[in-house]
Design a protein around this ligand. Structure first.
Ligand code: SAH
Ligand code: SF4
Ligand code: F3S
Length: 459
């Protein structure tokens, strides 16, 4: 007979954690891994703060706007924490990620009700941190860069669904003058290939059909197996051999690290999807030099040509910063010109945002906000025109979509095309988690409307 008293795991299993991620995909990976770390403590994931005993805000420091988001979220959570104080459902609040790393003491000062503040390299220590808070009811600040890597301490990944992320590389040694990543994530580190292959096998066994390899500089990957150093290309070839992995992607890449073996992988590996995010930031050499990007406009265009020679249908995406200190009208024109020359399937563009402690923050000739925004507007209009045209070119075509989410409307499934477009279709739910051929019936800037392709055997 089983006991009906709620002790041990049964009681613990009632605890819930809500992780809210923003920023890059590496944060999404980290957020998923926090849930994996907390599972043995009896925490189940919760969809919202309302139903959670622990809320973790997994933050991004990349631009000022991303940072501002933290304090407005915290204000809301504090009200919930007060309302639940003294009840049997007290709320524990944690701040993780890159703002925690960069501004830990400031968060503790402004928001003393936050019990745990920890950076991207220490979340494997969550069980100890929670125990410390529960024992002492004091707060924890944990922003070390520990000598042991979190990757060696993390449990096997839980199910991530049909499209999974896998961090293979972390940190950055490039020190672009506008960027906080080298400070928040630390020095460049590549996981050993054996560990990556093992995690990829686990993901595939839990139903992942698509794996995206992640790193701030993913194509600088150089993991050692003890005897040899593996390039990203070699790693991709290795993962492509795992049964069940039908699609592979990697992000984010630096133009200077597009080595020949990686470019050739796009011709050799059918699993490698015909889409690449390759940030350029600016089309003007003077701006690229001031950014310490270490590549020229010509280097970038050459990388694009080599990729398109290897994979003629390759769709490209990029990141742009407009209004970098000293950017002239002509420099900005050069960026627009580069966009016209390359033709992007999609892109992210940002007004330059001065970040504390970065070299660009102290540069002369900072541009007025209005000028930055006017340029951003112009660039975005051009990029959106290209994106819309790219999507419209798919109308009437039959293409494979990996359906990995359920839509709001009944019977609707959402997914991605090989070229990374969002797609939606009303199809049988048995297609969830599958790669299915669908015919594109309409295209907008942001997505493709599809219907199940005619069954060819019936025709
Ligand atoms: N590792 C990637 C991306 C890092 S952050 C790379 O090398 O490109 C993602 C994007 O945020 C950057 O590509 C850049 O376009 C943007 N970004 C970074 N710092 C910024 C800043 N200070 N102001 C505006 N945009 C910024
Ligand atoms: Fe930041 Fe540059 Fe490193 Fe990218 S390459 S993470 S932009 S410093
Ligand atoms: Fe943001 Fe940190 Fe990623 S600053 S973009 S969450 S590495």
């Amino acid at each position: 007979m089983t006991s009906t008293t709620q002790t041990g795991p049964e009681r613990a299993a009632r605890k819930r954690v809500h992780v809210k991620n923003w920023g890059c995909q590496m944060n999404v990976y980290d957020g998923n891994r926090m849930i994996d770390v907390l599972a043995p403590l009896g925490y189940a994931p919760a969809d919202d703060a309302e139903n959670a005993d622990l809320v973790i805000l997994n933050t991004c420091h990349i631009r000022e706007k991303a940072t501002d988001k933290l304090f407005s979220e915290l204000g809301r959570l504090r009200a919930a924490q007060n309302a639940r104080s003294g009840s049997d459902r007290e709320l524990m609040i944690a701040v993780a990620g890159c703002v925690a790393q960069a501004e830990g003491p400031e968060i503790q000062r402004r928001a003393p009700y936050v019990q745990m503040v920890f950076g991207p390299q220490t979340y494997h220590q969550l069980p100890e941190m929670i125990a410390r808070v529960e024992r002492s009811r004091g707060n924890v600040l944990n922003t070390d860069f520990p000598a042991e890597t979190k990757f060696d301490q993390l449990p096997a990944p839980g199910a991530q669904g049909p499209a999974a992320f896998l961090s293979v590389q972390e940190g950055c040694d490039k020190f672009c003058t506008f960027c906080v990543v080298p400070y928040t994530r630390g020095a460049e580190y590549s996981r050993p290939p054996k560990a990556v292959l093992a995690e990829a096998r686990q993901l595939a066994a839990r139903g992942a059909k698509e794996i995206t390899l992640l790193g701030q500089n993913v194509n600088a990957y150089h993991g050692s197996d003890g005897a040899e150093t593996w390039s990203l290309a070699r790693l991709l070839h290795g993962i492509a051999e795992i049964p069940g992995v039908a699609r592979l992607r990697y992000t984010t890449s630096h133009p200077l690290e597009m080595t020949d073996d990686l470019v050739q992988a796009h011709a050799q590996l059918p699993q490698l999807m015909p889409f690449l995010h390759l940030p350029v930031q600016s089309g003007a050499d003077a701006v690229l030099a001031a950014m310490n990007r270490r590549h020229t406009r010509e280097d970038y265009l050459r990388a694009v040509n080599r990729l398109r020679d290897a994979s003629p249908g390759l769709a490209l995406s990029s990141d742009f910063i407009v209004g970098f200190p000293g950017e002239t009208d002509k420099d900005f024109e050069d960026t627009l010109d580069l966009v016209r020359q390359v033709g992007f399937a999609q892109a992210y563009s940002f007004a330059y945002s001065a970040r504390p402690g970065t070299p660009a923050e102290a540069m002369p000739r900072q541009l007025p906000q209005a000028e930055k925004e006017a340029r951003l507007h112009m660039l975005q209009a051009l990029l959106q025109e290209q994106q819309k045209k790219f999507n419209e070119g798919f109308t009437g075509r039959t293409i494979p979509v990996l359906f990995d989410r359920r839509g709001k409307e009944p019977g609707q499934l959402l997914g991605r095309t090989p070229w990374m477009q969002a797609a939606h279709a009303t199809v049988p739910d048995t297609m969830f988690g599958q790669i299915a051929d669908v015919t594109v019936t309409g295209a907008t800037l942001s997505s493709l409307a599809c219907r199940a392709a005619e069954d060819k055997r019936a025709a």
